[in-house]
Design a protein around this ligand. Structure first.
Ligand SMILES: [Ca+2]
Ligand SMILES: [Ca+2]
Ligand SMILES: [Ca+2]
Length: 467
């Protein structure tokens, strides 16, 4: 009899554990991760719909030789409809860009607004050249009110000598004729996470979904000076209370399609006073150049909600989080990168990151490589401006032995529908499997095509009254 009581207690504890893995769900079915475990993905797959491309365009004359004739003038990267993606100043005969575009997009239009010359160049072309005609149009006289080298007509901050160009990420490439570049057309990142790392989750990828966007301000000589991040908690179906932060890196170049990143000196990135809710957002006391957006998702929302089909639902856009920051030199190439991290509210060292991104200095390293995680475990070098690493790092951090992630990233101009609690994302989005197994080259807009079955996907957009 005693034995039976012990068994009952043990079963209760175990069942309790299962429930806590999804505390907001009344359905006791254990997570299935239906079909996800058998996904076979190619080496190096980033589980992002984005191609994060840094590249240079060489200005050449009519004979194909390098030309300095556009030096000091702007050269725009636009979509095929002429909507602006990034404007830069040509320096030493070259224009340097950073675009984050859906992997299906290859053609980018380049336009010299002062000389009215346009060329479409494929991103897959290794040596990108912008060829000038034999006879250049004479340039009208322009005014540069703030003397930063960028004419008023092309200066997004015509009376601020420190700033010249405003650039949005993800890049607002538009296939319709809607106008972008003036902020009327917005594309957002959705960062979708499983919270049970280093154990496998159920791959509904809805435990925390953050919708965010980045506005970046560059000087007339193309240096990243400041910016803004905007956030919404799209879903909060996590078993455990989660916090969320953003860490900045120095971008020093590319190796193939990987980013070469470095850590920055302490306090090179600083929050702008008054630009954020200081009850929620703050510098991360344990990580240089990183900001905690919120310590607890529950606190970050005006109303408590889950938006995963169980528990309460509410308009996520009603609770806006934002911060402005400034960048101090040095940054090599004037450019940077920023990556998110999640952590357990009650255990800061328990961190989850997008696949391939090393943990922050606050992470508990003994968790790496435990349970289903196959992250590297060797000591990591965080020396600012010295240690350099490739992102995504190989072998990848925050991946299983099968290179399955705990976090994925998409960019979307619409309102993402999400898998119901415990519905595997591959059941909610039938195109997901081929996207993953192709390494992100097929079904590049899988997130636009959820199943029609309203018991499998939750329409978060239906909760939004106004935008
Ligand atoms: Ca100016
Ligand atoms: Ca200016
Ligand atoms: Ca989950």
């Amino acid at each position: 009899m005693k034995m039976k009581i012990y068994q009952f207690v043990l079963i209760s504890i175990f069942a309790g554990f299962l429930f806590t893995s999804c505390k907001k769900n009344v359905d006791p079915t254990p997570p299935s991760g239906n079909g996800f475990a058998s996904l076979q993905v190619p080496e190096g797959f980033t589980w992002s719909t984005l191609n994060k491309s840094h590249f240079k365009v060489q200005i050449v004359n009519a004979s194909g030789n390098p030309s300095s004739e556009l030096n000091g003038y702007p050269l725009d990267a636009t979509d095929l409809n002429g909507n602006l993606l990034q404007r830069v100043t040509v320096k030493e005969g070259k224009a340097s860009y950073y675009l984050e575009l859906n992997k299906s997009i290859n053609d980018v239009r380049f336009y010299a607004p002062t000389h009215e010359i346009a060329h479409v160049i494929g991103l897959d072309i290794q040596t990108k050249q912008f060829q000038l005609p034999a006879n250049l149009k004479s340039v009208k006289s322009y005014t540069d009110s703030d003397g930063d080298g960028v004419f008023d007509d092309f200066d997004d901050f015509p009376t601020n000598p420190a700033l010249a160009y405003k650039v949005y990420y993800p890049s607002p490439y538009n296939k319709s004729n809607l106008k972008s570049g003036d902020d009327s057309y917005e594309v957002w990142y959705y960062q979708m996470f499983e919270d049970l790392w280093p154990s496998k989750g159920d791959y509904d990828l809805n435990d925390l979904i953050i919708k965010l966007r980045m506005v970046t301000n560059f000087s007339g000589d193309n240096t990243w000076i400041s910016g803004t991040f905007d956030y919404y908690v799209w879903t909060n179906g996590a078993a455990i209370n989660l916090g969320c932060g953003m860490e900045f890196f120095n971008w020093v170049g590319n190796t193939g399609d990987k980013l070469n990143l470095q850590y920055l000196n302490a306090e090179q990135i600083t929050l702008v006073d008054g630009s954020y809710n200081s009850d929620l957002t703050m510098p991360d006391p344990q990580v240089n150049n990183a900001f905690i957006i919120f310590n607890s998702a529950d606190l970050a929302k005006g109303t408590d909600y889950w938006n995963t089909g169980t528990g309460q639902s509410a308009d996520p856009m009603a609770s806006h989080l934002s911060f402005d920051y400034n960048v101090a030199p040095p940054t090599q190439n004037g450019h940077m990168a920023a990556f998110m991290y999640l952590f357990y509210t009650d255990d800061r060292g328990h961190e989850v990151r997008p696949i391939g991104m090393p943990p922050t200095t606050a992470a508990t390293w003994s968790l790496l490589g435990s349970y289903s995680d196959a992250s590297p475990t060797a000591p990591w070098d965080y020396t600012p401006h010295v240690a350099e690493f490739l992102y995504p790092y190989d072998p990848p951090f925050y991946a299983t032995a099968n290179k399955h992630p705990w976090g994925i990233e998409i960019a979307f101009e619409g309102n993402l529908k999400v898998a119901f609690e415990k519905v595997s994302i591959i059941d909610a989005f039938p195109q997901f499997t081929d996207w993953a197994e192709s390494g992100g080259t097929e079904n590049t807009t899988w997130y636009e095509y959820p199943v029609a079955d309203p018991t499998k996907v939750f329409d978060v957009g239906a909760l939004i009254n106004t935008k």
